[in-house]
Design a binder for this molecule. Sequence first.
Ligand code: APR
Length: 238
Amino acid sequence: MEKLIVALTGAGISAESGIPTFRGKDGLWNKFRPEELATPEAFFRDPKLVWEWYDWRRGLIAKAEPNEGHKTLAKIEKEFPHFYLITQNVDGLHQKAGSEKVIELHGNIWKVKCVNCKYETYEYRTPLPEIPPRCEQCGGLLRPGVVWFGESLPMDALQKAYELSRESLIFIVIGTSAVVYPAAELPYIAKENGAEVIEVNPEETPISRIADKIFREKASTGLKKVYDYLKDRYGAER
Ligand code: APR
């Protein structure tokens, strides 16, 4: 079987790029209520409010650069052919760091979708020229191309993520509190199918219980140690 190495990332890997996480002491959900900003009901109730929040987040992300954690994952992808990256993040920093095989479970904050004609495109302007933005095809209301609470994940991305988790030999979980499903199920699926689970997180999470190896530190330093571990394990057998 291919030496499949899979990584699952969450907001924590972008923390060192200056992007706030959702939970924990400075988390976004401490300041904002997700049910008012990150649900379809919130959006259709007040598209302007929701877009003002996303415009603010897009502004933050536009100024952010990938950190050593993102860069190390891009390096691992280049050196280990059977490496795949699954992310819950919508900031696009993995791609900006050079990762190409990226599965975005929760969409991408630069993508916009028309609620009327379903037209999809990438809109990188920040701040947005008009709020809420309108579809250039039909003039309909555009929504952020992200997955909100209560919405289903993109089927192709989710199916691929389940497949990779089942087939993985090593499953690395980085910077996620592992409380939001179905993404949080992936490490358990990997474990059940015999994978070695590695966690990189300064805090304990539910995954800590099933982890074979834990780097209780930030992604930027912990992933360097994971890289060295992979080189020791597989470098020689390349
Ligand atoms: N390096 C690694 N991990 C870190 C760092 C860091 N520098 N800083 C914080 N963390 C960890 C925290 O300890 C926490 O476990 O990152 C995790 C962030 O957890 P959350 O804020 O809950 O983010 P995430 O797990 O990605 O949330 C999942 O919830 O709100 C939804 O759709 C949103 O994709 C998101 C999903």
